[in-house]
Design a protein around this ligand. Structure first.
Ligand SMILES: *Cc1c(COP(=O)(O)O)cnc(C)c1O
Length: 384
């Protein structure tokens, strides 16, 4: 596909989506391949490598190439119709009876799926505070635990787990390590280089960055049997990303590095200013030296500490909900990672068994003017 010279940086390669030029027209933006079926050769072969649209698609492959490059994934990357489809394909590649260890604080819909659906298929799941490596070590069962799932920083407390430390523990027990790296992005953290076997992204979020595509990605360290099984699951379950979405995602990823740098600078600025705000009891952001995960984050995140932070409103839950109701520039909505800043009262969406404190507001920081973002929050919080 691409003959991009290896010496160019990831930022350069991403900006040009690996520099692929259409061989027929010389277009610098490749066409979107929409065909569901492909011509068989007279000798009954498929020399192009494409047979049918459910297992594979050329536009999807191009976007996968960008993600594999960013994650330095030897096995390559696979795109799915959503982040949940990508994550559940990893669990689907396990066998009934296999034991999974996952974080107590993690993306809520996946936590619920693990406890309510995965268990119906014979998977055993334990949730543990993975940021405490001793607790993780105590939770893995050598020979029985087949997968340790991490999310770092994790929703919505931005808890940080030591990926290299967790990889050692997982591998010593004979388990694989998978990392939901959505909140970090491949620009900031590369879990495969820290020992993870699989990295997952809700590409819906910062990878696409424009809140207009639902997509999920996996990148694999090794093209082993487990990876091949995940590939078969995507095809068998019909979970591949559509070509139009793959195109939009690739367009989004061309600006990933500049977007995330701007978003992280805004997030760091807001975290610092909100720490001093009289209506804010606590700011949860791995970039703050007081955050319990700061030291690990400083080691395994480069260039910044992500685009997400949460605040705990001093006057409690009702005041938090009122503050979210009063913003103008910030948009009151779920999701994260886009160029527009979003605010959300998480406990309302996660329900009664959430580990999320009721006074917490989650902030997904976009690329707007930092002074505007702060002024809008300030007036919303000051009214009490
Ligand atoms: C959004 C999200 C998911 C799920 O992704 P979808 O594309 O919505 O299915 C998984 N993990 C994290 C951390 C997320 O933010």
């Amino acid at each position: 596909m691409s003959s991009a010279p290896r010496q160019w940086s990831k930022k350069s390669l991403a900006a040009q989506a690996l520099g692929h030029v259409d061989p027929v027209t010389k277009a610098v933006v490749p066409p979107i391949h929409v065909a569901t079926t492909y011509l068989r050769d007279p000798d009954n072969q498929y020399s192009s490598g494409y047979v049918y649209g459910r297992p594979d698609n050329a536009t999807v492959r191009e976007a996968e190439g960008v993600i594999a490059m960013l994650e330095e994934a030897e096995a390559g990357a696979l795109l799915f119709s959503s982040g949940m489809a990508a994550a559940t394909a990893v669990f689907g590649a396990l066998d009934p009876g296999d034991h999974i260890v996952a974080p107590t604080v993690m993306y809520w819909a996946l936590r619920r799926w693990l406890s309510e659906e995965a268990t119906r298929w014979g998977l055993k799941v334990d949730f543990v505070a993975t940021d405490d490596l001793d607790a993780l070590k105590g939770a893995v069962r050598p020979g029985e635990t087949k997968l340790v799932w991490l999310e770092t920083p994790s929703n919505p407390l931005w808890t940080v787990t030591d990926i290299a430390g967790a990889a050692e523990i997982a591998h010593a027990a004979g388990a694989r390590l998978a990392v939901d790296s959505t909140a970090s992005s491949p620009v900031v953290t590369r879990p495969l280089s820290l020992g993870a076997d699989v990295v997952m992204h809700a590409a819906t979020k910062v990878l696409n960055g424009h809140s207009d595509v639902i997509a999920g990605a996996l990148a694999g360290a090794k093209a082993d049997d487990f990876w091949a099984r995940i590939q078969r699951i995507r095809s068998g379950n019909g979970a591949i990303l559509g070509p139009f979405e793959a195109y939009l995602l690739m367009r989004g990823m061309r600006t990933l590095h500049v977007r995330i740098a701007a978003q992280m600078a805004n997030a760091a600025d807001l975290a610092r200013r909100l720490t001093a705000h009289p209506a804010v009891a606590q700011v949860l952001y791995p970039g703050l030296p007081k955050h319990p995960g700061h030291a690990v984050a400083a080691r395994q995140m480069t260039g910044g500490f992500g685009t997400m932070l949460s605040i705990r409103v001093a006057a409690g839950e009702a005041a938090a909900i009122r503050a979210a109701a009063r913003v103008g520039l910030w948009k009151r909505a779920t999701s994260l990672g886009g160029v527009e800043s979003l605010i959300e009262h998480r406990a309302s969406i996660e329900g009664p068994s959430t580990p999320c404190p009721p006074d917490l507001l989650r902030l997904s920081v976009g690329i707007e003017d930092a002074d505007d973002l702060y002024a809008d929050l300030d007036q919303a919080l000051r009214q009490g």
